[in-house]
Design a protein around this ligand. Structure first.
Ligand code: TEU
Length: 535
């Protein structure tokens, strides 16, 4: 089975992770010092958010040099040391590859805007008419009012699907396509295990379309995959396409050719939160019914939260309003079409709810990814702008700087909110307490990696007359596991009849559970979840 199918992923914002040199920023050498922690947690593959030189107008998603390391984080030697140290611990590392756009400070754009005859002019999308591609939506709708910005120096408008400081690259230009493959070769030759490829639906533009998921985009991505398969066959391409399942399906490729090995399952994510708040598993079941089958060597990457706002792009306007009312009652919690809050605050720091959503994440189909800090229930700081409140220092211990940095003024302070401060939420205390959230999640990671039925098994929902009980079976090569989740705040009868099993084992503890015939009389506590191996 390809390594990524049953891997557990972990997303790291390097600046927030651990500061090894006391300058107030997390760095590559700091991450090396925390690899043992990540190995202990049990994750298999790290996804590093962009660490390239950047003016940091979009936290590194505005790249100014594709083949180097931002000085805050270290240098290429530090990066090679990190790769070596990760591989020595059987940890893989994938990088964030931002190919839809560069920073406006990239030398390519500086040259392009300065001279119409620059060899880099056509690396970008210019127009005299800001009405072109009118049907493309504005993604950063809280900030941008158009996808075109006038550039005085260039004497033309340039196209950008994100911030105006992130001019889109022009993929109709073969030189751009060659540059991106060359950038990939640079990092793959260093030994990275693959890429999380950012914002792929927007690469090409065509008049009269919404400029998303175009055939030309898929053709380039198939070229990218052929390049990887030919030269680096064991490396991973993970797709960020915030689209409906049937549109994401195309990013796994078709008869014409393969594209990505993995893709984030964006539409599932809000429905996990919806199901919890409604105490009704219908939204989860519905989205899996909308999800087309994917090729055998492909895998979904499932998540609860990440470094962005909790996106509500893939729900109806009514569902979005309901989600905002339920999970973002204050306007300041909202950003673009989403919610800029971390997992624990979204769930009122309710330990049972946090574990329940993680249990669904680890038992539904797909390879799960954790966002750094969510394994200890870290909070957010809404006083910080944009998404920065989701990107505060990792809280390693109860000291004032949370053991993150010795600097007087680190890039940001640990979360100041009562209930989430370092003295209340930190790695050291939770690793020392077997009853902590950290240990609960570590048990889930271990069990998920132990049972093939959870990695690549089938999914069969068990009919019940209580929609607040999400009960489903995962099965693979004769191994069958029954997953039962009480989505409600009330004690509920389990009401699941088991006929063809002699024994039930709790897959999280290894202990024998009650007799199968007794299961239907079992009463589930509020937000209780069961992982039951049937034999
Ligand atoms: O986000 C791309 C994207 O499509 C956004 O709409 C995203 O889905 C939304 O913000 C909710 O998740 C990527 C990165 O994840 C984001 O951090 C960058 O700001 C953006 O690209 C531009 O590079």
């Amino acid at each position: 089975m390809p390594w990524y199918k049953n891997a557990v992923f972990y997303e790291i914002y390097l600046r927030a992770f651990y500061d090894s040199n006391g300058d107030g920023h997390g760095d590559l050498r700091g991450l090396i010092q925390k690899l043992d922690y990540l190995q202990e947690l049990g994750v298999d593959c790290l996804w590093l958010m962009p660490t390239y030189p950047s003016p940091l107008k979009d936290d590194g998603y505005d790249i100014a040099d594709y083949r180097s390391i931002h000085p805050d984080y270290g240098n290429l030697d530090d990066f090679k040391a990190l790769l070596e140290a990760a591989h020595a611990r059987n940890l893989r590392l994938i990088l964030d590859l931002v190919i839809n756009h560069t920073s406006d400070q990239h030398p390519w754009f500086q040259s392009a805007r300065a001279d119409r005859n620059s060899p880099f002019r056509d690396y970008y999308v210019w127009s005299d008419d800001p009405q072109r591609y009118k049907r493309a939506r504005i993604i950063f709708c809280d900030t941008e009012t158009s996808n075109w910005t006038w550039d005085e120096q260039a004497g033309q408008y340039y196209w950008h699907r994100f911030y105006a400081c992130q001019p889109d690259l022009n993929y109709d230009n073969p030189a751009v396509q060659d540059e991106i493959l060359d950038v990939m070769r640079f990092w793959l030759d260093l030994g990275v295990d693959g890429f999380r490829v950012d914002a792929v639906p927007y690469l090409f533009e065509r008049e009269g379309t919404n400029c998303e998921n175009l055939p030309e985009t898929h053709a380039f991505l198939q070229r990218m995959r052929r390049f990887v398969d030919e030269h680096y066959p064991d490396r991973l391409l993970l797709c960020e396409a915030n689209q409906w399942p049937q549109d994401v399906r195309a990013y796994f490729g078709d008869t014409e050719g393969k594209e990505f090995h993995m893709a984030f399952h964006f539409p599932l994510m809000p429905r996990l939160f919806m199901a919890l708040a409604k105490a009704d598993y219908t939204p989860i079941r519905w989205v899996f019914e909308q999800t087309p089958p994917i090729p055998d060597d492909c895998q979904w990457c499932t998540f609860l939260r990440n470094h962005d706002e909790l996106t509500l792009e893939m729900v109806t306007p009514e569902e979005r309003e309901w989600m905002w009312k339920t999970y973002a009652p204050q306007r300041r919690m909202r950003l673009n079409l989403g919610i800029r809050r971390r997992l624990a605050p979204l769930l009122d720091n309710n330990r049972r709810k946090i574990e329940l959503l993680n249990s669904l994440l680890f038992t539904l189909p797909g390879a799960p990814i954790l966002y750094y800090g969510d394994e200890i229930g870290m909070g957010d700081d809404l006083n910080l702008s944009d998404r920065n409140g989701l990107r505060t220092p990792m809280q390693w211990d109860a000291s004032p700087q949370a053991g993150f940095s010795t600097a007087k003024r680190p890039y940001a302070s640990p979360v100041p909110t009562p209930g989430y401060r370092p003295q209340e939420v930190n790695v050291a205390a939770q690793m020392a307490d077997p009853q902590s959230l950290w240990h609960a999640i570590r048990r889930m990671i271990r069990a998920r990696k132990q049972y093939p039925s959870l990695q690549c098994g089938t999914l069969r929902w068990l009919e019940g007359n209580d929609p607040s009980i999400a009960a489903f079976e995962r099965a693979c090569n004769g191994q069958r596991m029954l997953l039962i989740h009480n989505l409600s705040s009330q004690t509920r009868p389990c009401a699941v009849k088991i006929t063809n099993a002699k024994k039930l084992t709790n897959a999280l503890t290894g202990q024998e559970f009650i007799h199968p015939l007794e299961l239907q009389n079992y009463r589930l506590a509020p937000w209780e979840y069961l992982w039951l191996l049937l034999s």
